[in-house]
Write a protein that binds this ligand. Sequence first.
Ligand code: ADP
Length: 611
Amino acid sequence: MRKIKSKSAFFRSIQWRLVLILMLTTFVLMSVVWFFLNARVENIFYEDFKTNIETNYDALGINQDNTDYQKLLKDLKENPIIAGFIHGPDKSYTVIDKGTAEILYTSDVLYQTDKIQFRNDIFKSENLLQVLSQNDPNAVGNKQKYTHSERGDFYDYVKTQRLKDGEYVLFFKYSRDRALDVLNDFSNAILVSTVISLFAAVIIGSVLSRTITLPINDIMHKAKKITDGDFGYALEVKSDDEVGMLTQTFNFMSSRLKGMLTEITSEKKKLETILNYMTDGLIAYNKTGEVILTNPAAEKLLKSKAEEIVSFDEFMTVLGIELNIDKITSENKIVQPLHKVQYKDKFIKIHLAIFTDENNETDGVIAVIQDITEEHKLDIMRKEFVANVSHELRTPLTSVKSYTETLLDGALQDRTTAEQFLGVINEETDRMTRLVKDLLTLSQHDGGLTLNFEDISISDLVGSCVERMKREAKLKNQELKTRIKQRLPIIQGDRHRIDQLIVNIIGNAIKYTPEKGRIMVQAHCDKDNVVINVEDNGIGIPAPDIDRIFERFYRVDKARSRQMGGTGLGLAIAKEIAVLHGGNITVKSKPGKGTNISIFLPIKKPHQQAL
Ligand code: ADP
């Protein structure tokens, strides 16, 4: 099978074609030579026969005045001037009466054996018929070179001769056998020459064509290697002809291709790096909506493996976007390219764009996906925050407004009522002041707070905070005690903020512990931190609320907190201060039993942060 294939490949090769062309050319040339040689030989024989007769017959000087039939016959038979040209085994002459077309005399041997056949033969001659049909006394028949006969072809030359006793036609006949022998010899020689020439053509053609096909084969193999990405070395230019130029051009093309490929590869790598490291997800679809490319961010964002990412139409259905690939390809644009939608537990922003082919027709769609869950949450938090602040301010403002109106309406006259009302207004104003102060602190944190780090002795700081809070605890007949390890390490921190943090936590313990309760403030240190522990036996915090009490405005019991003068911002601020110092706050609590809040502040010198 392979052999057949390679054989047919050979016959399709340029080498074979060139050999074939050379063989055909040789064959055609030899045929032309053969043809012209045949014609020429034939011509030589006929012309020789005809000219000899014409010249020598004329030399006999026969005319109507000096010759009659008998003399003509005698001359023809005996006169040496012409005898050599008309006598012989393959030559004959015949005298015919022009008027009757009767054969009067012939030297032809055939006539002796078969008169009818001889007559039939010579009357096949067009030359003879031509002469016989003409009235011209000088008519000559030399129209046709030879006449075909079963007994052998013959040349003939026919001449009219008017004599004293009548008009005669002389028919000179010359067998074509000798000419055919010569022609055969020539044909054989030409046949042998043709065979030798064809053989030579095959050899010369093969050798010559190899000089063309070898470099072409080299180029072909090189081209195959280039297809496999192997550029290798440049081909050797062996000549400065067209094949050499082709090799040179091919080398140039190969080097340009290599350069372009390197450029494309580097561009591709850059693009791959960008795609791999960009935080936005990217999915490319072809014009039938099938996925052709995804990047890791898209897979992470959609929580799917590359092969699980669905077709464009399915993806749009999942996202609830009314759009499909057919619509895009028919319109050749995307009317609304930007969408913000929910996908599973995430909020995503998806930007769609088409890419086009060389005819500016849609070739596919690129979807760039951004995870805006955090942004979305922050947006909701911001809205909630504004709503909370408005709500927190509205309550005291409403009571200030209503008490003021009542006072203006006449209650001012009643001193006791007026004092009571003014006391409430004062309290509400304090609450608003506290709220605004807390909000300001938070806004300072959000806007990037610069902490003023200094060496702080926690035992001193906790002692001073407790001292200040004792008055408040005494108002509720609470027992506020401290247990502080004397040799606590000095920490680095913003004294004012840490003071605020400790006061806040002790304040909450006092607030959410009933009268006669006990509050214990302890300070010790573990491996990395100084730990300040504030424990009370107050109302405690239900388990589901524990994780949320550090959120802004979150309060377990809103009414009680407000009644206690709380803003719902204290723990949020406290947590932020601890975190800013590289520390943390944890809570343990049991409703009805009490709460234990631990503040961790790192011993290691934290870096000064500007957040
Ligand atoms: P507030 O200004 O309302 O006290 P905080 O942010 O300081 O706000 O506290 C949030 C909520 O946590 C409080 O409303 C309260 O319900 C609860 N809480 C804080 N500390 C204690 C505590 N020691 N005992 C019981 N509940 C507490």
